[in-house]
Design a protein around this ligand. Sequence first.
Ligand SMILES: CC(C)(COP(=O)(O)OP(=O)(O)OC[C@H]1O[C@@H](n2cnc3c(N)ncnc32)[C@H](O)[C@@H]1OP(=O)(O)O)[C@@H](O)C(=O)NCCC(=O)NCCS
Length: 224
Amino acid sequence: MERTSPPLAELVRRWQHGWGVACGLDPADEADGALHVLSGQPGRHLESIVLDADGDPGSLRLHAAQVAGSPHSDWLTVPTTAPAAVEDVLSSEGLRLAPAREHFMRTDLAAHPRRDAAPEYAVELDREGPVLAARITDERGDPAAHGVMVVHGDVAVAHNIATYRAHRRRGLGGALMSALAREAVHLGAGTGLLTASRQGRHLYTALGWTRLAGVVGAGTRTRR
Ligand SMILES: CC(C)(COP(=O)(O)OP(=O)(O)OC[C@H]1O[C@@H](n2cnc3c(N)ncnc32)[C@H](O)[C@@H]1OP(=O)(O)O)[C@@H](O)C(=O)NCCC(=O)NCCS
């Protein structure tokens, strides 16, 4: 009987598509339960994203072994509801774990709260095809925050959301996300997806996003 993909795997596919567009990457290949993309970043020659590590532990071990044995510095990304167990598997396969876990999150964009930046800041939004780029500048015109959202069908994927240190905790992250979400809804998106850092998770939780899974990352150990 054909195996139907669990919802998490489908959301991961949708997220990866948006992330790939945001990073200017070629579309990923899907094989053996993972998405594979040549990312070309340092330490991430080939990045493989395991689609269903929780339901298919065999695919997790397979891809972990491939990354461990790669002649390049490759990277494995694993969305999972059992991050500690996944980390044990990746370590036992000889991979080098990322210093911190991330978090896979989603939201209903139509219900996204509206947050406005304080009056001394200006929010600008540009669109190039499916890519929305927001930036916030301070009263001198210097950059204070920026971020991107890629809209594809009914999904919008947020990427590279950041507030410059001197401007943090003044509501700019919220204003940025709210401007992007509003425009994404205008373009037909209903679901927002992203992977969040620890700091980002605080921001998105405050904006009503929910965590679907942890995201464990690990790379090929460099040979001496
Ligand atoms: C995450 C980040 C974008 C937040 O930007 P910000 O402009 O400081 O966020 P806001 O001021 O809009 O925060 C809104 C709310 O989110 C929560 N929040 C944001 N950052 C938080 C943090 N570091 N710790 C705890 N709560 C936080 C708080 O509830 C905050 O409200 P409060 O300040 O009234 O308590 C910023 O810390 C950053 O750029 N970090 C480095 C890059 C990064 O991790 N980006 C996220 C990638 S997923």
